[in-house]
Design a binder for this molecule. Structure first.
Ligand SMILES: NC(=O)c1ccc[n+]([C@@H]2O[C@H](COP(=O)([O-])OP(=O)(O)OC[C@H]3O[C@@H](n4cnc5c(N)ncnc54)[C@H](OP(=O)(O)O)[C@@H]3O)[C@@H](O)[C@H]2O)c1
Length: 195
């Protein structure tokens, strides 16, 4: 099973501001960046990269704060056509997300449990849709195989980091792609190197 953390961040490695705003992604100048649904799917002129990634996965893992951010914007879970594992302690969050075509399953505790369930269900390629807390925990247990991130041309100072954890073991990644995007953004892709 291959896990891809696909997102967008500021130059200082934040996926949102301290106040949970993603407005800084608008600086990348894409029309998609001003659409809330697209922003959890990162903004910027990487929409074709994002669409290709979504088509390539067969399951999703997402954190409670990322889903709540979408719900605050008046959305449900926009990827309800894919089986999704929601990492949360909040027993009411699945119901708050509304109806989905495929199961939206809440899991809490070690992320290893969620990954084992996803693997046991036969899924091959998983989008880690955020946020930084879930990504940090996934990296800690070495479950992140690929990172694709659009970097917006600005810094925000504080907010959840790309891997938001107090301490992480060193995990080496190989740079597989580094590409300028319109609007002074850049797309970086790293693949986990396990030797
Ligand atoms: N730039 C982008 O494209 C992008 C992409 C994704 C997200 N974001 C943004 O990032 C922010 C959210 O990121 P985040 O790092 O703060 O949060 P997150 O990873 O989305 O969710 C963290 C929350 O999930 C629950 N959780 C985490 N680990 C858990 C565990 N092991 N067991 C049970 N529950 C667990 C906890 O909430 P409960 O205890 O309340 O359940 C925790 O507070 C939002 O502003 C979102 O919009 C941006």
């Amino acid at each position: 099973m291959h896990v891809v953390w696909f997102t967008a961040m500021s130059m200082d490695g934040r996926i949102a501001t301290a106040g949970d705003s993603l407005d800084f992604l608008d600086l990348m100048g894409s029309p998609e960046a001003s659409d809330d649904t697209e922003q959890v799917a990162p903004g910027g002129d990487d929409s074709s990269d994002f669409e290709a990634m979504v088509k390539s996965v067969d399951a999703i893992i997402v954190g409670a704060s990322t889903l709540r951010w979408l719900l605050r914007g008046g959305h449900g879970w926009p990827h309800g056509d894919l089986p999704t594992w929601l990492i949360t302690h909040d027993e009411g969050l699945v119901a708050a997300a509304g109806a989905t075509d495929k199961p939206l399953r809440a899991v809490s505790g070690s992320l290893e449990t969620a990954f084992e369930e996803i693997e046991a269900a036969g899924h091959q390629r998983v989008w880690l849709a955020g946020g930084g807390s879930v990504a940090g925990q996934a990296l800690a247990i070495d479950r992140v195989d690929e990172v694709i991130v659009t970097v917006a041309p600005t810094a925000v100072g504080a907010g959840p980091a790309l891997f938001d954890a107090p301490d992480l073991p060193l995990r080496r990644f190989r740079l597989a792609e580094c590409r300028p995007l319109p609007g002074d953004a850049a797309l970086l892709r790293w693949v986990r190197e396990r030797s």
